[in-house]
Design a protein around this ligand. Structure first.
Ligand code: XUL
Ligand code: CO
Length: 437
């Protein structure tokens, strides 16, 4: 496997911030230690098979533009096998150690489930061979339960029990293949698990069915001995008008209601957070504080276009905020930073895949260093701690401990009078952050 698919493109090296070579890292230095780990260990980058290998870069107004000379465009298993080697050559050259896939990205969906499963097994053989040759690992696998026509009204939430059963069969197979490939996780993202109109929808019943699917998957995971993590990925809409897993809080509520807390954690994606009307930092904070931040789909949206544009992250402020939350949870366990991102339609050459990933990796390297420095500096943490100090003693401590009644609060105010509040100092804190950016 030497330069067959990306001829003339070298293995990407770290050249430092002064380099002007577009095919070099300026900030991501895999072996450089930040705090207690190397950058590579902190960041755990993963490459998304669906975008890197399968996205033709079409948009709602125009067809595909991507030039992928190794791909003959057919649904043959041979073409799928060949693609595996293009993907692994790419990852080796760009220095990414993990990948993520949907069953239908790596292998074609054929005439029936048996044929599709056989194709998936054949491609999985190839993936295993490529993993063993390169040392590249599977961060997570998933089943595509949103592209095929049968899922037009949902998969786990379809009104048709046969469609539910088909989805469950697909999850079973995708989970088994993920297990066979040593995957560290498995994702559930429900693009069609929602509705277009409530006039035809029994929401309570659909949510119950979705929970049944997840419980079945948990049972199967135990049965086959899969040790990886299960993640659920929030997104508010697109393709459905309303998706049930709309944001981190909605997912946590769903998991709690259906006895799935602890079985699944969250895979949070930046562009989904912004579509939900939240910042990425908000979504990460909600998940982390529930002890349920599992993994990250590291992309970004375009504020001028209202879609899930799945762009590569370039904004250092964003990557800093993300890495602050990751460092505060003590780093990733099974999760990582999966570039669920694609090149722009205008960037159709194979080399653009390199520029895109290099940029994302450099942006996260800077975010990591900046976040580490901000936490090490300690001023932000100290300010926040101080801001709540009135809850450390007296009436505040009694409130927090559950030892104060409404009468106690009333007596306190009657004795002490009007509280004197203090500035939130937002601007001062933003200035501190900018000292480090
Ligand atoms: C879609 C999306 C998916 C999931 C996996 O918006 O993010 O690619 O990450 O199904
Ligand atoms: Co995603």
């Amino acid at each position: 496997m030497s330069g067959e698919f990306f001829p003339g493109i070298p293995t990407i090296a770290y050249e430092g911030p002064k380099s002007r070579n577009p095919l070099a890292f300026k900030h991501y230095n895999a072996s450089e230690v930040v705090g207690d780990k190397t950058m590579k260990e902190h960041l755990r980058f993963a490459c998304a098979y669906w975008h890197t290998m399968r996205n033709g870069l079409a948009d709602p107004f125009g067809g595909p533009t991507a030039e992928r000379p190794w791909d003959d465009g057919s649904d043959s298993v041979d073409n799928a096998r060949k693609r595996v080697w293009a993907m692994f050559e790419f990852m080796q050259k760009v220095g990414i150690d993990f990948y993520c896939f949907h069953d239908r990205d790596v292998a074609p969906e054929l005439n029936d489930l048996t044929a599709s499963n056989q194709a998936l097994d054949a491609v999985a053989d190839e993936l295993l061979k490529a993993q063993n040759q390169t040392g590249i690992k599977l961060l997570w696998g998933t089943a595509c339960l949103f592209s095929h026509k049968r899922y037009n009204q949902g998969a786990g939430t379809s009104p048709d029990a046969d469609v539910f059963a088909y989805a469950a069969a697909q999850v079973k197979k995708a989970l088994e293949v993920t297990h066979r490939l040593g995957g560290e996780g498995y994702v559930f993202w429900g693009g069609r698990e929602g509705y277009a109109t409530l006039w035809n929808t029994d929401m309570k019943r659909e949510l119950g069915h979705l929970a049944r699917l997840l419980h079945m998957a948990v049972a199967h995971k135990r049965k086959i001995g899969f040790q990886g993590a299960f993640y659920i990925e929030p997104k508010p809409r697109e393709p459905s008008t309303h998706q049930y897993d709309s944001d981190a809080a909605a997912c946590l509520n769903f998991l709690r209601e259906h006895g799935l807390m602890g079985e699944l954690s969250l895979n949070i994606e930046t562009n989904h957070a912004t579509l939900a009307g939240h910042t990425m930092m908000h979504e990460l904070r909600v998940a982390r504080e529930a002890g349920a931040l599992g993994s990250i789909d590291a992309n970004t949206g375009d504020e001028l276009i209202g879609w899930d544009t799945d762009q590569f992250p370039t904004n250092i402020y964003l990557t800093t905020q993300i890495m602050i939350e990751v460092l505060r949870m003590g780093g990733f366990a099974t999760g990582g930073l999966n570039f669920d991102a694609k090149c722009r339609r205008e960037s159709f050459e194979p080399v653009d895949l390199f520029h895109a990933h290099i940029g994302g990796m450099d942006a996260f390297a800077r975010g990591l260093k900046t976040a580490h420095a901000i936490i090490g500096d300690g001023r932000i943490d100290a300010f926040v701690k101080e801001r709540y100090q009135s809850f450390d003693a007296g009436i505040g401590a009694r409130i927090e401990a559950g030892n104060a009644t409404l009468e106690d609060c009333e007596a306190h105010i009657l004795a002490t009078g009007e509280p004197s509040t203090r500035s939130g100092r937002q601007e001062m804190l933003e200035n501190i952050i900018n000292e480090f950016i």
